[in-house]
Design a protein around this ligand. Sequence first.
Ligand SMILES: Cc1cc2nc3c(=O)[nH]c(=O)nc-3n(C[C@H](O)[C@H](O)[C@H](O)COP(=O)(O)OP(=O)(O)OC[C@H]3O[C@@H](n4cnc5c(N)ncnc54)[C@H](O)[C@@H]3O)c2cc1C
Length: 268
Amino acid sequence: MARELYTARLEKKVLISESAQCYHFEFVLDGLENFPFVSGQFISAVAPDATGKQQTRAYSIASAAKENRFDLCVNRVEGGFFSNYLADLTDLPVGGTIQIHGPHGHFVLKEPVTDAILIATGTGIAPMRGFAQWLFPESGPDRSNGKDIWLVYGTRYETEIYYHDEFLALAERHPNFHYLCTLSRAQDSWTGLRGYVQEHVAKIVEERAARLGLPQIQPEVDPAIPKAELNFDIYAYICGLNNMVAGVRDKLAGYGWHRKQIVFERYD
Ligand SMILES: Cc1cc2nc3c(=O)[nH]c(=O)nc-3n(C[C@H](O)[C@H](O)[C@H](O)COP(=O)(O)OP(=O)(O)OC[C@H]3O[C@@H](n4cnc5c(N)ncnc54)[C@H](O)[C@@H]3O)c2cc1C
């Protein structure tokens, strides 16, 4: 069945990291009044390459649903087609367009909201920004239910932290939003966290278990319980390249976390 294609017009493009060649994009769908989606979902973008062949790539939506708008966060991939096509698209006053279909995907928060560890590297931060905007909207009621939400964001250098000021401001406003940004190749001047996301995730899990008086290794779930009925008081949501996703999943499995407790989106 042919998918319905929408035309998305680029209103704003901002280079948010020169060294990583990463852009923040704000698109509007002029033909629609609303573009409903669940935070964390992705759109498929479609455009012809130099030979006229239609190319399609998935991009996580980097915002919460808002009228007929959505944001993306994409970095140029050397020798890649679509990331460069997007990065070269002009914003206002021209407002270059792409075709999209969607929304798609199951990388969404469990409801009712539980404690959650959001883990991202690089542009894997895109759906996390969507989660954060939905949980802690600028106007309207907070949807976090007072649950603890940790965002563990890993990148190499200080110049490659996307949306840093937004997350810092959010953590300032909401004491239950914990923002942990860690650099794997920090300069000496960096006073924040260092190392890979896995190490910080492990610390969160251990400290939470100690605080709540829970065992450090989660007891095995009764296999007789049907999967659809499984409910946990904490979930992990991981987004980024496969290596990182696998590393975090392994780490959590070591603490006895159930497969269903770990929701992930892989970009490669
Ligand atoms: C569900 C989903 C959501 C995604 N969301 C985002 C997003 O929000 N932001 C974003 O920037 N990307 C995202 N991606 C990745 C995106 O779909 C493209 O793969 C990426 O933009 C590269 O496409 P390209 O056409 O430029 O490169 P291609 O022409 O497809 O590839 C060129 C070469 O680069 C390699 N390559 C592909 N991707 C990467 C990468 N990420 N890093 C290094 N090398 C790579 C390929 O293996 C190939 O050798 C997502 C992928 C999936 C599956």
